[in-house]
Write a protein that binds this ligand. Structure first.
Ligand code: ADP
Ligand code: F6P
Length: 321
């Protein structure tokens, strides 16, 4: 394959730039011409496609966000618009596209491939860690560390005022960020959409902690469980301490990518190019058991997710008492 393009799509994630850089540099080293597509599928459709050179990718490995910009493009769900986008690629002789994003972005890539013969490779880029076929997604580790930093600060004030503070973290429908933050941040309670933990049980746990002399409670709440302000209202009156809530919001999506995310992004970017160089496609890259692997791209919505969430939730429950 002589000409490829790279895009980022869906929510941005720290480490996306490291993946763009690795894919572009590795491809250039093989003599492949590399194009960048701005704003994901929106730019593919509106022809915001440009030739990338080595200067474009220098100085970006440690930058959060995505230099290529990202967008959500609903038109891409319509075959008529996908045909226009494919034409923009074909006019330039682009045969393969590296799509860095979530499973929604993979679905778009799969359709582009099936309808127009463009070879596609998906790289999992999302803070949510919610993609089937990979143990970790790019951005998850950095986001986790951002949350841990916030928890430490919140704990200082929670202790001083002897409060119960509910901390809402992102994850759309997935509880991974909340669960890992609870395990790594010494959380004192956990609510995630995958597991049942009634408010009454949480209240009991908090009362028990206070009886044991604990001065604060930090409860991790995944956004998929519901509005944290409503949970705050439900908890008030059921415990003796003052209850407050905080939404960490988009602070979680930004910032300098961690070493883990940069290495993961780099290895995945390289793997994506190795796939295209071999004139293959229709796959997603992942990491399983510390090995960079590929699955058919449809594995992201047809496969079975390997997860230890049940066991990890039980551990979190025991350690948060
Ligand atoms: P993510 O990739 O993070 O899951 P989204 O679900 O928002 O994020 O998808 C990102 C973009 O991928 C959408 O804005 C759209 O352009 C494209 N996309 C998502 N689902 C489909 C689909 N079923 N068919 C075609 N394109 C899709
Ligand atoms: O998928 C990443 C993510 O940050 C989710 O955790 C969150 O639910 C969503 O994107 C927020 O998207 P937006 O910034 O478009 O509101």
């Amino acid at each position: 394959m002589r000409k490829i393009a790279i895009l980022t799509s869906g929510g941005d994630a720290p480490g996306m730039n490291a993946a763009i850089r690795a894919a572009a540099k590795y491809a250039m080293n093989l003599g492949i011409t590399v194009y960048g597509i701005k704003r994901g599928y929106l730019g593919m459709l509106s022809d915001e496609i440009f030739l990338m050179d080595s200067f474009y990718v220098s100085g970006m490995i440690d930058r959060g966000g995505t230099k290529l910009l990202t967008a959500r493009c609903l038109e891409f769900k319509d075959p008529k618009f996908r045909a226009i986008a494919a034409e923009n690629l074909k006019r330039r002789g682009i045969e393969g596209v590296v799509v860095i994003g979530g499973d929604g972005s993979y679905r778009g890539a799969d359709l582009l491939s099936k309808e127009h013969g463009i070879k596609v490779v998906g790289i999992p880029g999302t803070i949510d860690n919610d993609i089937i076929g990979t143990d970790y997604t790019i951005g998850f580790d950095t986001c986790l560390n951002t949350i841990l930093d916030a928890i430490s600060k919140i704990r200082d004030t929670a202790t001083s005022h002897e409060r119960t503070i509910l901390v809402e973290v992102m994850g759309r429908h997935a509880g991974d960020l909340a669960l890992y933050s609870c395990l790594a941040g010494g959380g004192d309670g956990l609510l995630i959409p995958e597991m049942d933990n009634p408010i009454e049980m949480l209240a009991l746990q908090i009362k028990e902690r206070r009886r044991a002399g604990k001065l604060h409670d930090i409860v991790l709440v995944a956004e998929g469980v519901g509005k944290v302000t409503e949970i705050e209202e439900q908890l008030k009156g059921k415990v003796n301490s003052e209850v407050r809530s905080v939404v960490l919001g988009h602070t979680q999506r930004g910032g300098c990518p961690s070493g883990f995310d940069r290495v993961l992004a780099t290895k995945m970017g390289v793997k994506a190019i190795q796939v295209l160089e071999a004139d293959e496609g229709g796959v997603m890259v992942g990491i399983e058991g510390n090995k960079i692997i590929t699955h058919p791209i449809s594995y992201a919505w047809e496969g079975q997710r390997y997860t230890t969430i049940n066991e990890d939730f039980e551990i979190a429950k025991i350690l948060s008492r």
